[in-house]
Write a protein that binds this ligand. Structure first.
Ligand SMILES: [Zn+2]
Ligand SMILES: [Zn+2]
Ligand SMILES: [Zn+2]
Length: 774
């Protein structure tokens, strides 16, 4: 007889871990106990040595699908002569924490039961089990137990109670477990109905929702992390109406399709893309649309990609299913866009939705399971790495928005850090808190430009600090003094008397990339930080930066040469302005044949020239994003935009993959000079060269100067590792070509795989830099 005490940390709660341990112990003929603590799972087992050994082996090899074990510690203890194996009650430990599972898409077993007429949960829209269902969005505190979730108000019926107590049942201690007798319900309301009068409930509500969608109506559907606005994606009139109501001109809408076969009818789907679509995170995956698809063009104007996801809640599956009461409802693909006006946060609460969405939706499909924390859908794409095998590339995720299904899964750091809060940037904001060797990057908060989003940010911070038992000892923020996230950091630091760290935007980008690759910071990297806007040390708008950086500091060894941005934000909305300013600063003519020049009447041109000459509100920028805007405008692609990076996205979409020519940028340290490239581009435009070739030559030229500049820096400073970060690297054409040319020159290259390369990943870098400086 021997005894072992085992402690496991990681995602081991709410994923069926204790019943797994219980059943394994019985199989191995071992006695003792297992319990959840706020720090993980503790196990005491005793029995024969061989059985103990195989128990420990099988703990890893047979673990439940959703469990993630970060550390297992095993020590010998004297046996206490247990005769049974028991599952004990959860014990909270002061200050202890552990990672929490993200929300998980409905599993195959639950899906089968939901469509089985003999099952007691037949067509029940909240069916779930230990292997699936809501987690992060319903948890109020740890340890993860039903009273600490938004299911606390639904006492279990005797049938559910029996399943919940039975360690051999798939629903043993599944906290959100419910059925139509005891659990949440759905109902339908009119869009204009402020009193909350229920028109129909349960199945009838779902069937009527299908009818409304078929009829071209817009329905607000309450989901897992917030409301969606749904409409028929093949109905141009419905889409035009949705765009008008949501005040959204061209920015693409996400789609939901019932199954992979339907997705393949409309899009090209690679193995890696299929794997992401069906993964338990169920993100929106950007896919290339098939030319013959009947998805309305209004879904994503000017783009050849569409964002598609599979259903992930039981309610979504019911929405797409044949109904009982009427024989012919099989819905078309649906638009499922976040339930909000323009850039406000997604609505989560029923009353809030009635108030905020009544002008947007014709009807509401509500339910009464509360959403404790809002969580938008995640957006990812696949970036296959040419150097790797097809099998390795099956996991080639490239995250664009990391939220539902991924958050609050932590990034593991290569060292232990103190409790730090990093507040992120302005657009696509996320924040980050650290505890031990975990960095918890938040769900997507959104563009921090209004009061509602700031409120949502504050709620999120409070929630993360409670869940992960963090009391920040320092706050990191962006260098930009006017970001709401910066102001929050400064005010809170003053109130709580905490030190702050003022972190340069592009340094944070590069540090985020280093951190997710587990670099310990003992060697610097060459950081190619390319994005739209970041506040520079000299007060200019940076965005085309070559840094030699570690966590503690950086040296700006290169930059795109400065050019003026007349009117600042006005130029961002109107790339034609940026294009003309660029030509002016390079001493080039405003040739009247160029689309960007035609965009202005003679008077406006004179005004613009005077503004540039007299330097009236013309901040200098080295932004790569703005250079893309200018190039796209000069090439005639787009003169004004109505969402971020629209011109660059459309310019990239046109690039001819077979074109080998390039425009030459000049590396003249510390500057990347633009002139010869723009002269060649303008000459091509005036000579009538197709825009597909112009776009490709521009991309090829930039990729090449990345290589040349990196080689120069390597020669001067002996650094051979390159990190790519910043929103411009969402451009996969540029990424692919740069990666190739850097590797041909022998560089070790890092790019983002866990967190977004855009500002959605920035807070991770801020947190690690602050932690390193502490
Ligand atoms: Zn399930
Ligand atoms: Zn029940
Ligand atoms: Zn940025």
């Amino acid at each position: 007889m021997q005894g072992l005490r085992v402690h496991i940390s990681g995602i081991v709660q709410g994923v069926g871990f204790r019943p797994f341990v219980y059943n394994l112990a019985l199989r191995m003929n071992l006695a003792g106990w297992v319990n959840n603590t706020s720090a993980g799972v503790d196990i005491h087992i005793e029995g024969e040595e061989a059985n103990l050994r195989s128990f420990i082996e099988k703990l890893t090899s047979e673990k439940p699908p959703l469990a993630v074990m970060d550390e297992i510690s095993v020590k010998e203890v004297p046996p206490e002569n247990f005769t049974t194996f028991d599952i004990q009650h959860s014990t909270p430990i002061e200050g202890a924490f552990q990672p929490i599972s993200p929300d998980v898409a409905i599993c195959d077993d639950c899906l089968r039961e939901m469509f089985d007429p003999s099952d007691r949960r037949y067509r029940y829209p909240f069916i779930n089990c230990t292997n699936c269902g809501p987690r992060f969005t319903i948890i109020k505190d740890i340890p993860y137990d039903r009273p600490k979730t938004t299911m606390a108000g639904f006492p279990l019926c005797p049938d559910c109670e029996r399943e919940y107590r039975d360690p051999t049942n798939r629903r043993f201690h599944a906290q959100p477990v419910a059925c139509s007798v005891c659990g949440p319900q759905v109902w339908l309301e009119n869009g204009s109905n402020v009193e909350g009068q229920k028109l129909l409930i349960g199945d009838e509500a779902i069937v009527q929702t299908q009818q409304l969608l078929v009829d071209g109506k817009i329905v607000a559907v309450k989901g897992l992390g917030g409301f969606h606005l749904a409409c028929d994606a093949t109905n141009p009139a419905a889409l035009t109406e949705l765009r008008a109501r949501k005040l959204r001109v061209d920015k693409p809408f996400a789609l939901m399709m019932p199954d992979i076969a339907t997705i393949e009818e409309h899009c090209f789907v690679s193995d890696a893309e299929r794997e992401l679509l069906i993964s338990v995170a169920r993100p929106i995956v950007l896919l290339k649309r098939r030319p013959e698809s009947n998805i309305a063009r209004e879904v994503s104007p000017g783009q050849d990609n569409i964002g598609v996801m599979l259903p992930y809640t039981p309610l979504h599956y019911l929405l797409f299913s044949d109904s009982l009461h009427s024989s012919s409802f099989i819905l078309h693909p649906l638009v499922m866009t976040s339930g909000n006006l323009s850039e406000e946060p997604i609505a989560t609460d029923n009353n809030e939705a009635r108030e905020r969405l009544s002008k947007l939706a014709d009807a509401f499909l509500f339910h009464n399971r509360d959403i404790h924390i809002r969580c938008d859908d995640s957006v990812v794409r696949v970036f296959a790495d040419n150097r790797k095998s097809e099998i390795e590339n099956r996991k080639s995720i490239y995250p664009l928005r990391r939220s539902r299904g991924y958050s609050p899964f932590p990034v593991k750091l290569p060292f232990e850090v103190k409790h730090v809060l990093a507040t992120g940037a302005e657009l696509k904001n996320t924040f980050c808190i650290t505890n031990k060797n975990y960095a918890f990057l938040s769900h997507h908060i959104g563009d921090m430009e209004n009061y509602e989003t700031l409120k949502s940010f504050e709620q999120g911070v409070e929630h993360f600090e409670r869940l992960f038992r963090v009391m920040p000892v320092a706050i990191a923020h962006d260098l930009h003094p006017n970001y709401l996230a910066t102001r929050y950091a400064l005010e809170r630091a003053e109130r709580e008397n905490l030190p702050t760290f003022n972190i340069q935007h592009h340094h944070a980008h590069i540090a985020a990339c280093m951190a997710e690759h587990g670099l310990d910071g003992s060697r610097p990297v060459i950081g190619l930080a390319f994005d739209g806007t970041g506040y520079g040390d000299d007060g200019a708008i940076w965005g085309g930066e070559i840094l030699v950086a570690d966590y503690r500091g950086y040296q700006r060894v290169g930059q795109l040469e400065y050019f003026p941005l007349p009117g600042g934000d006005a130029a961002i909305r109107k790339p034609a302005r940026t294009a003309l300013a660029l030509l002016w600063s390079l001493g080039m003519d405003w040739d009247a044949r160029l689309e960007s020049v035609k965009e202005f009447c003679a008077d406006d041109r004179t005004l613009l020239r005077t503004q540039l000459e007299k330097k009236i509100n013309t901040p200098l920028t080295s932004s790569m994003g703005r250079l893309f805007d200018a190039a796209a405008a000069l090439a005639g692609v787009r003169q004004s935009v109505n969402y971020e990076a629209q011109a660059a996205i459309e310019f990239e979409a046109l690039a001819d993959p077979l074109e080998g020519g390039k425009y030459s940028f000049t590396w003249s340290p510390p500057k990347i000079e633009i002139r010869s490239a723009i002269e060649a581009l303008v000459a091509d435009v005036l000579a009538g060269v197709p825009v597909a070739k112009i776009s490709a030559r521009f991309h090829n030229g930039l990729a090449d100067v990345c290589r040349v500049a990196s080689m120069g820096v390597r020669e001067a400073m002996g650094v051979n590792e390159v990190a790519l970060s910043g929103g411009v690297w969402q451009n996969l054409t540029l990424l692919d070509r740069t990666l190739l040319s850097l590797r041909e020159s022998g560089f070790q290259v890092y790019m983002h795989r866990q967190v977004p390369t855009n500002d959605g990943g920035l807070a991770l870098g801020q947190a690690v830099i602050a932690a390193a400086k502490l």
